[in-house]
Design a protein around this ligand. Sequence first.
Ligand code: 13P
Ligand code: SF4
Length: 326
Amino acid sequence: MATTAPPPLQVYSHSQERINLSDQQEEILRLKRDKNAVLLCHNYQVDPIQQVADYVGDSLGLARQAAETDAEIIVFCGVHFMAETAKILNPSKTVLLPDLDAGCSLSDSCPADQLAKYREENPDLYVVAYVNCSAAVKGLSDVICTSGNAVNIVNQIPADREILFVPDQNLGQWVIGQTGRKMRLWPGSCYAHVLFTKESIERCRLEYPEAPVVAHPECIQSVRDMADEVCSTEKMVSYCQSHSSDTFIILTESGMMHRLTRELPDKQFVAGPTGHCACNDCRYMKMNTLPKLLNCLQDGTPEITLTDELIKQAKLPIERMLDWSA
Ligand code: 13P
Ligand code: SF4
């Protein structure tokens, strides 16, 4: 039986062409000014959205920006749990998300009712929740972490407390390795990051043997073990900037390549292939589009709404995270 050849690798580098903003992008910039709105954008968003954002970053940076902004409206281009976090941290603001269906497989893997039941059966556990979870799960947790501060947060938990880490077993496993701390792991995972395999990355390394491999901690262990650096999307930028190499293999969602090539124009980035594709788009992150963003600014909808009670419950562990990682 004939085998199909793997698709060619995708290599991203800075384009020297001047960016001319489209009419839609110009209109988005005008509406932002007129309505006193700030556009917070995750590193995985499509390039045309990143180009008109006020801030592009990882979950931790976005949470900090949301907490501090004076703007009346926060337009959040990311996924639902990120926009919820913005609302929890700054509840007097209107928080808009261009597509309310932009969810997250990790968040879905830990339903609040299941966690509540587990907590009831194991009341002594200290629950650390990766920020990729619903507001209800945050409200059931003792402290939140992001990929950028998970090691630091776990290191600060009293040694006599047994930890349950939810919902990402891969990030949790990596944190165990970094901290030496035993933890119970919730069996969740990111459907996109687990698509990178040892074999798919080995193929990439054959073509770029000198390029450092930079992986997100949501990747599976055999992939993380091949990496020169395992880090959050924000740290990927500073790592590649300070490293002398001009080529890197990047194991995370494809939108990251836009941020990297924009900020590091002298370097090139090879998108880590999965078992069947040269790219790795998160289908949820890609639900936000420029036309949806424009509609959202024009109509002031869809809006994130949460009850005061839920905001109160979920705020405590998020603020604890911000205090601990100040
Ligand atoms: P970062 O906080 O590292 O940007 O990760 C967010 C995420 O959803 C990764 O899949
Ligand atoms: Fe969730 Fe994975 Fe998408 Fe990140 S890449 S938002 S963890 S599904």
